[in-house]
Design a protein around this ligand. Structure first.
Ligand code: ASP
Ligand code: MG
Length: 305
């Protein structure tokens, strides 16, 4: 088993990287608050969390006889919060713990930060437009405020143009085979969308096309792969129950969330989660995600500090 060294950075470029991170986070807050979204604080302990689309080891603690999971993503709380509040939308910079089983990876951390966004009653296309504008704003701001840092890091940034190109997951599967995401990410020059993935129960199934989903991933070019995952959401009790069962998951694992759905307290929304470390890796053009964090938690290695 590997031990992660500390600090983990080949070329002494931390100060430039964290300056880029500071400007990117500032741009994110300015943009989203400017669009009328409100910021909420994260939750990290809850009896419920995202079941995710792939299996990871469970991370939980027991307190006062209650089993509490560490947040894998804030999706369920986001849906509850945006339904309860009188607002256009919410955003949260949220710590996520995902004890990944991958052997080695240049883009996974066991603990990372996610920008979670959820828009009330929005369509996928409204959300995608907001995200395109957000990414253009972040990249433009970082280019304008971090020219020296980017030069030292040898990072060249292109400002993408709207609308971003869109592919469906099934057309890419047909063209490139099962590793389509990494293949197409290498061949595109600008950020692009992949839509219609069969995944978690909360992403909305297309009522007009059985077996299709109103969801999306935003993908970086130059081989940097996934930036954001999200979708329109299902929120009606009987739909959620059916989809949880279809996935072989237990209704009990989502009991308090399903109670709210049954009481009609979830409403339509669309949103997504953007990995912050992956964004900074893309902006600073680092090859490995552990280069942009001082305390990397790398899958399948010993954590030293
Ligand atoms: N499912 C996303 C995630 O992987 C979050 C979202 O859909 O908003 O974290
Ligand atoms: Mg994802």
């Amino acid at each position: 088993m590997k031990t992660t060294t500390h600090p983990q950075n080949g070329n002494g470029s931390y100060s430039q990287i964290f300056r880029v991170q500071t400007e990117a986070l500032r741009a994110m807050h300015d943009f989203l608050s400017g669009r009328g979204l409100i910021q909420l604080m994260p939750v990290i302990l809850s009896p419920i969390t995202d079941p995710l689309n792939h299996s990871v080891d469970d991370a939980y603690i027991t307190y006062n006889g209650q089993k509490l999971q560490l947040t894998k993503s804030m999706i369920l709380h986001k849906q509850i919060a945006v339904s309860a509040l009188d607002t256009r939308g919410i955003y949260i910079v949220s710590p996520n713990v995902r004890l990944e089983r991958v052997q080695s990876s240049d883009r996974h951390l066991l603990e990372f930060s996610q920008l979670d966004i959820e828009l009330k009653t929005a369509t996928a296309s409204e959300f995608m437009t907001l995200i395109e504008d957000l990414m253009i704003y972040i990249i433009s701001q970082v280019k304008a405020t971090c020219a020296d840092e980017l030069e030292k890091l040898n990072a060249t940034l292109r400002i993408p143009r709207r609308p971003f190109r869109t592919h469906t997951s099934w057309s890419l599967l047909e063209e490139y085979g099962p590793h389509y995401e990494s293949e197409i990410s290498r061949s595109e020059d600008d950020l692009f969308w992949i839509t219609d993935f069969q995944r978690e129960f909360y992403d909305r199934e297309d009522p007009e096309h059985h077996g299709h989903y109103v969801n999306y991933d935003l993908v970086y070019p130059e081989g940097y792969q996934e930036a954001l995952s999200g979708g329109e959401r299902d929120y009606e009790y009987y739909v959620l129950v059916r989809k949880i069962r279809e996935r072989g998951q237990k209704l009990d694992d989502f009991a308090p969330y399903l109670e709210l759905a049954r009481a009609g307290m979830l409403g339509p929304s669309a949103g997504g989660g953007l990995g912050i470390e992956r964004l900074i890796r893309f902006l600073t053009k680092r090859s490995n995600i552990c280069e942009i964090t001082l305390f990397p938690r790398i899958p399948n290695s010993i954590i030293k500090i």
